[in-house]
Design a protein around this ligand. Sequence first.
Ligand code: 6PG
Length: 242
Amino acid sequence: MIPNLHIFETPKETAKAVADLILAKAKEKSKLSMPFNLALSGGSTPKLLFSILSSNYSDLIPWHLVRLFWVDERCVPPTHEESNFGMTFENLLTNVPIPDVNIFRMMGENQPQKEAIRYQEIIENQLPLKNGMPQFDLILLGLGDDGHTASIFPDNLSLLDTQHKVAVSKHPQSSQHRITLTGNVINAANEVIFLVTGTSKSEVLKLIINHLPHFERYPASYIHAQSKLPEFYLDKAAAEKL
Ligand code: 6PG
């Protein structure tokens, strides 16, 4: 089965499509008077999405119902330039009326193993369980040019299928420790989307989406949502080899 591809001319149009999806999903939950449990990735790609959400969706999304979690975090303080929370705070959280109590930050400043345990308890207590697994409404993933997603890297595929729901990983080049949701939690989500832009991702996307030789080496190849395959939101540059 081929994942669902949504391809747009520019990164801005791609990010806007994801913003519209978040709006639609949040409204769906709002009609049920239920929270919208959303897990965000970090890195650089989401910055444009956050900027669009801040400028055009601040008054549209029922932020009081949005509960924000993180897919992964670098083991640095939230004020550090590499902090995913710090990036999200600067580009989104300071601009939208989301209550502080709805923000469930991974604490990169904590001892990594203790934080993995702490965060696992948070998602177990704060999310509905489906077959014993905490279930997010939507998980936003990015894609590294080495095929990693979340902070699950090609040299540690065991994190895709472990009984741990949150784990400590290590960036293969920088050796920076990371806190990350594991594959089983990601795949238990009601919906998973990849937001991927730029030509640097085009080669790995081609391998993963077309299941070309050695696609199984890439963590993103193992991601599927509870009810269906992940949706890929791509600009033309990222999709140029598909
Ligand atoms: C992180 C992310 C990671 C990211 C990819 C893509 O903490 O870095 O969660 O999985 O999504 O590395 O990063 P870019 O968006 O910077 O290309």
